[in-house]
Design a protein around this ligand. Structure first.
Ligand SMILES: Nc1ncnc2c1ncn2[C@@H]1O[C@H](COP(=O)(O)OP(=O)(O)OP(=O)(O)O)[C@@H](O)[C@H]1O
Length: 514
């Protein structure tokens, strides 16, 4: 029997199949691209982790699309009218078509994403669906493929849009190209699509809401950004009758900070209430769990702070997807996904009895950890400049941003130095750049400075690298940072205020009245 693929096309299809299944945030993706293109591979601009946002297709991708198109045409010409084509060949052909479709429409999907995020509802009724369908019909209506589960145009369209959204949100919302950041991006991708994209496309695409995701990491490291990226990247079906996507991905994120509200208010916000359920409940109200569509997510921020009664109710939601409004007996159903975050060590809280074990295990099957800013800068110090640039762009216009970013970077270099521990993480860096913009300087708050200094001198002391003098000075400054006044610090240290004063820097860090 005549072969569908020549040897070269077979090798290309195999490389494309590997590429399709590879996490795009791991270096393996570029290796796959290199393998598929051989000598034609262009190194420039394809750094797998720091590729700048682009409005054009990378030359490697353009070349791959051309090659795929040619290989698909040759395969179609050689496809037997009758007789069986081996399953692996069919599978490879589908991989080629899938790659071609995704890449060909990627820039048009980018436009949909940008417009939908700007609130244009019409963006979610993309006119190019018809052309996409024609392409699917042209390429997929080959004996042995038409009618294969997963080859429907609506599903392929929804998958391509989802992958593009994930790429967009994971890549663009998190600044930084260090290894810890790369690991984070790869973990987010895996949380959205699992480690097997093929299986995801076949069976899991509409079931990921059954798995809760837990994001842990120090404060200010972007846990909420990660939660948003996951939520905005969920599968949203395309409804051909309605002529658009069934929901707006940009409107499906329902965040709640559990440490900021009383238990009654938390319950009311999450589950809703009946009129009269508590003082102030003047009308019936649907909570986040009820409003969240199947394609959306409820984000439970500071989950480690939630009280035991609510833990039980949330566990019920995770186990049976059911809940009741406050003051009501009707059982309602939650259809979305739960994403939770905390900077606490939940495993310890669980061992200490403050966090329910069954709830913990229900939450932690999909765990993502955000790295501290210090860990990122230790791996890639040049990221600080990239981050400052991106923060500067948010507050001043394009013409002014480079000069302001330079000013902020210089200020940080001269005043905080390369080893500043950034205990407040990215949030503190934002604060620092904002302060430099407004006041021309940044002073870490006493708490932040205290924590920063503590991290530094304790490490040095533990390594036996400090003199007794330096140790005394560091400890005095630490206590002053905690107490905020010379008198209080002197009392705590058992010395007089002049001794404290003498060990403070020329411009002591103030907190309150001295
Ligand atoms: N890698 C990053 N790239 C860009 N912005 C970031 C990054 N990490 C954090 N941020 C920004 O830092 C700020 C704090 O982020 P976020 O609120 O998501 O942190 P968090 O980990 O949820 O903090 P907390 O534990 O205190 O709730 C936000 O303004 C966010 O946009």
């Amino acid at each position: 029997m005549k072969k569908v693929f020549s040897t070269a096309d077979q090798a290309l299809a195999e490389a494309i199949a590997r590429l399709n299944g590879t996490n795009p945030f791991l270096p393996a993706r570029v290796d796959c691209e290199r393998a598929a293109l051989g000598a034609e591979f262009v190194e420039a601009g394809c750094d797998w982790n720091t590729r700048p946002p682009s409005i054009e297709m990378h030359p490697n991708h353009r070349r791959l699309v051309e090659r795929c198109e040619a290989a698909i045409a040759r395969a179609r010409a050689a496809w037997p009218e009758r007789g069986k084509v081996p399953t692996e060949t069919v599978q490879l052909y589908v991989e080629l078509v899938g790659f071609w479709l995704y890449q060909t429409y990627s820039l048009r999907f980018d436009d949909v994403i940008r417009r939908a995020q700007a609130g244009e509802r019409d963006a979610l009724r993309p006119g190019f669906y018809r052309v996409f369908c024609d392409d699917v019909a042209r390429y997929m209506e080959v004996p042995g493929i038409a009618g294969r589960p997963g080859s429907e145009a609506t599903h392929l369209f929804a998958c391509a849009f989802q992958i593009r959204r994930a790429f967009h949100h994971v890549f663009h919302s998190l600044v930084g190209g260090s290894k810890p950041m790369a690991r984070l991006r790869a973990e987010i991708w895996q949380s959205i699509f699992t480690h097997d994209l093929g299986r995801y496309r076949r069976v899991l695409f509409d079931r990921m809401g059954d798995f809760a995701t837990l994001i842990t990491g120090p404060s200010g490291t972007g846990k909420e950004l990660v939660a948003r990226a996951i939520s905005f990247s969920r599968y949203v079906p395309y409804d051909p009758r309605g002529g658009g996507f069934s929901d707006s991905f940009a409107e499906g994120f329902f965040p709640l900070n559990l440490s900021a509200l009383s238990p009654t208010l938390i319950e009311s916000e999450l589950f809703g209430h009946r009129r009269g359920a508590f003082t102030g409940a003047v009308a019936d109200r649907a909570g986040w769990m009820e409003q969240c569509p199947a394609t959306g997510s409820v984000f439970l921020d500071e989950i480690g702070d939630v009280d035991a009664g609510i833990q039980v109710k949330l566990l019920r939601v995770l186990q049976s997807r059911t809940f009741q409004r406050l003051g009501d007996t009707d059982t309602r159903h939650f259809r979305g996904k739960v994403i939770a975050a905390t900077n606490r060590d939940l495993a310890t809280a669980m061992r200490q009895g403050a966090f329910r074990e069954d709830f913990y295990y229900r939450l932690c099957s999909d765990l993502i950890e955000t790295p501290s800013l210090r860990a990122q800068l230790d791996d890639r110090p040049e990221d600080l400049a990239v981050m400052v640039d991106s923060i500067a762009q948010r507050w001043v216009d394009d013409a002014e941003a480079p000069a302001f970013a330079r000013e902020a970077r210089r200020w940080i270099e001269q005043n905080l130095g390369p080893h500043y521990p950034w205990p407040g993480n990215f949030r503190e860096l934002e604060q620092c750049v904002r302060n430099v913009l407004i006041r021309g300087e940044y002073r870490p708050t006493a708490a932040v400075a205290g924590a920063a200094a503590e991290a530094d001198w304790l490490t040095q002391a533990a390594a036996g690298e400090m003199t007794a003098e330096a140790l005394l000075t560091a400890y005095t400054q630490q206590i002053f940072g905690q107490c905020g006044t010379l008198d209080a610090a002197a009392l705590k240290l058992g010395v007089d205020r002049r001794t404290v004063r003498a060990r403070l820097p020329a411009k002591p860090l103030k907190r309150g009245r001295r």
